[in-house]
Design a protein around this ligand. Structure first.
Ligand SMILES: C[S@@+](CC[C@H](N)C(=O)[O-])C[C@H]1O[C@@H](n2cnc3c(N)ncnc32)[C@H](O)[C@@H]1O
Length: 304
C-alpha cells in the first residue's frame, strides 16, 4: 500500500492511543505535509489550508495495526472511494441535516466559519478551545471575521500549537496568539484585557470526560461579555432521537465522548452565570458516523 509520511513513534508501539496522544503525534505528521507545501513555495495561507484539506480528502492518517496491536507507525494511506471529479458530482452520500437523514454531494459543506463570523460580530477576542492547528480560527479570519480582533488558539498539544504558529506566520495581518490550555482545568486569564469575546469549540470538548466543576464559574470571574458556541457531537445529551444520536450515547457510555456538557450548562444557567440561547441539535453530518454529527449549543455570558 502506498503509505505517505510514515513515521514511527516507539512510545506508542503496543498500546492503544488515547485522544491526547493521538493528536500530539498526528499534528507532528500533519506538520510534515504543511512543511512540504511551504517548501514547494506555497506562501498563501488560504491556499495552503485548502491544499492540506484536499490532501486529507485523498489520504487518511492511520495508525498501523498488526494482530490487533498498534505498531507505533503512523502514516497517510490513500482513501479508496474518492473517485474522479465526475464520480464526485454523481455520488450522494448519506448524512444528517437538522436531525433527519439526508444525502449530500461531496461539495456540500456546513459553513462553520460563516456561522462563527456571524457570532464574532463586535468581538475584540476570538478564543477557540482545543484549536488543533488553528484551522477554524484561520477560516474564520479569512471568512471576514473582525480584522482587529485577537485570535487565540487554546490547545493542549504542543505539536498542534507549533503547527498553528507556523501557519500564522503566513498571515502577518492577523493578530494570532497560541496558548497552552487544558479544557479539563481551564485558565481563563487568556481573556484578560478583553471586553467582548467569541469563545467557541469544535470537536474538542467532546474529548473531556467530565466538565471541570468550575468551568463556567471560573469564566464568570472574567468581567467581560461573551458568546459561547460549542460545535460538538454531543446532541444525545439533549435527547437521543436519531440513530446516530443513540450511537453517540453508546460511545459516551464507553467513556469515549463527553457526557455532561448539557448538565454543566444547566447548572451554570441555574446559577445565573450564563444564559442559554439555542441548542441546534444534530444539525449536520456529512457522513453517517456518530462523531461527525454535531450540534451547535449557543450561550451568552453577560458582562459582570
Ligand atoms: C478533532 S481536533 C479539533 C481541532 C480543531 N478544533 C478543529 O476543528 O480543527 C481535537 C483537538 O482537541 C484537543 N484537545 C483534546 N483534549 C483537550 C484538552 N483537554 N484541552 C485542550 N485541548 C484538547 C486535541 O489536542 C485536538 O487538537
Amino acid at each position: 500500500m502506498d503509505c505517505q509520511y510514515e513515521r514511527y513513534f516507539p512510545e506508542l508501539a503496543g498500546r492503544a492511543l488515547d485522544p491526547l496522544q493521538y493528536y500530539e503525534v498526528s499534528w507532528q505528521v500533519r506538520r510534515e505535509v504543511i512543511n512540504d507545501l511551504i517548501a514547494e513555495g506555497e506562501a498563501s495561507l488560504p491556499r495552503l489550508l485548502s491544499r492540506f484539506v484536499n490532501f486529507e480528502k485523498r489520504y487518511e492518517l492511520r495508525g498501523h495495526v498488526m494482530e490487533g496491536m498498534p505498531t507505533g507507525t503512523l502514516g497517510y494511506l490513500p482513501i479508496k472511494e474518492t473517485g474522479t471529479a465526475l464520480d464526485r458530482l454523481e455520488t450522494w452520500r448519506k448524512g444528517v441535516l437538522r436531525g433527519g437523514d439526508s444525502e449530500f454531494l461531496e461539495h456540500i459543506q456546513f459553513d462553520l466559519s460563516g456561522m462563527l463570523v456571524d457570532f464574532a460580530e463586535g468581538a475584540d477576542t476570538i478564543l477557540e478551545l482545543g484549536s488543533g492547528f488553528g484551522l477554524q480560527l484561520f477560516r474564520l479570519y479569512h471568512g471576514g471575521g473582525p480584522a482587529q480582533a485577537r485570535y487565540v488558539g487554546a490547545e493542549i498539544s504542543p505539536a498542534g500549537r507549533d503547527m498553528a504558529e507556523c501557519l500564522a506566520r503566513l498571515e502577518s495581518g492577523m493578530r494570532f496568539q497560541s496558548v497552552a490550555f487544558d479544557l479539563r482545568s481551564p485558565d481563563w486569564s487568556v481573556l484578560n484585557g478583553s471586553r467582548k469575546a467569541l469563545i467557541f469549540s469544535a470537536w474538542s470538548l467532546m474529548y473531556v470526560d467530565r466538565m471541570a466543576d468550575d468551568f463556567f464559574s471560573a469564566l464568570a470571574q472574567w468581567p467581560g461579555e461573551a458568546t459561547l458556541v460549542f460545535c460538538e457531537p454531543v446532541g444525545f445529551q439533549w435527547g437521543a432521537a436519531h440513530p446516530l444520536s443513540r450511537k453517540q450515547a453508546e460511545v459516551c457510555a464507553l467513556g469515549k465522548l463527553n457526557g455532561d456538557l448539557s448538565a454543566a450548562i444547566g447548572k451554570a444557567v441555574a446559577a445565573g452565570l450564563i444564559e442559554p440561547l439555542v441548542v441546534a441539535k444534530d444539525i449536520f453530518a456529512k457522513s453517517y458516523t456518530a462523531f461527525d454529527m454535531f450540534s451547535v449549543i449557543v450561550c451568552h455570558k453577560p458582562a459582570a
